[in-house]
Design a binder for this molecule. Sequence first.
Ligand code: XMP
Length: 327
Amino acid sequence: MDFTSNKRPESMARINTPELAQAFIDEAVEAMRAQVGDGKVLLALSGGVDSSVVAALLIKAIGKQLVCVHVNHGLMRKGESEQVIDVFRNQMGAELIYVDAVDRFLDLLAGEADPEAKRHIIGEEFIKVFAEEATKLDGIKFLGQGTIYPDILESEAGVKAHHNVGGLPEELDFELVEPVKLLFKDEVRVVGEALGLPTNMVYRQPFPGPGLGVRCTGAITRDRLEALREADAIVREEIDAAGLDIWQYFCVVPDYRATGVRDGKRAFEWPCIIRCINTVDVMTAEVPELDWALLKRMTSRILDEVPGICRVCYELSPKPIATVEWE
Ligand code: XMP
């Protein structure tokens, strides 16, 4: 396999077995060692499938010459940053810089209700935080990226500009290391499993770059964000425990209050919307018919366990006309 090429050879077999994954890993490790030599590689590690697999490959290839940076922007799901630290620093021995940027992001976002402005703030700040960390480090020549083949195809077709890290400032003049750029998503997952990454990381649902920011609609407040994170964790836990195969499932807590009654007193709290979709290509999506008992269990757990939420709704809108995310 030619790791410098942007063209997947016609003859390349789909990586769908542990044996094929192992053969790919051996080749990739050799190619990365040849490219990097004794240089250092920097990698933004979000905890998503692609960056996690690239991290695991680079750890195998060059160990401590890899420096991972995990930026916690405060919009991660419950337990995600902790898992990144546990898996990569504690279990795999990676050099991992954890950046707690929660206050920075939430302070900047305070009062901003426009969805596009929120996305812009989150994207820009992420680049700023990452670039700051990069300039603190000496002797970094390479940047690891979780580019996958659909990114290259979409970028060539002009569908979207491909910038995995969102476009870093020019003065950070890195050479890219992109070991999975000729692979499709399903192949990246098989490789991740062969590298020993946890199943829930390898089969993680798509999660927007702006994170819970697009599900805590309107101007984000810390209390509503916390309620969203807890409700979302309950929905994930219950659907996982039910063993259902649903493509994407999460909660939205809108910037709106409704009346309820709690402990005999009037409550004026947020509704929580449970959003589940099944899809093949995310261009269209259907809503699965969930078991009534499961819906009731999620509802009573959210109402009992999450302060600030007094109603639970299940969304029935397919895409189109609705999009998957609310913002
Ligand atoms: P929509 O809402 O456009 O979502 O129907 C389609 C898929 O894309 C994900 N999504 C995003 N992913 N950055 C991302 O990396 C984003 O800003 C973003 N917005 C939506 C969404 O979760 C769904 O899987």
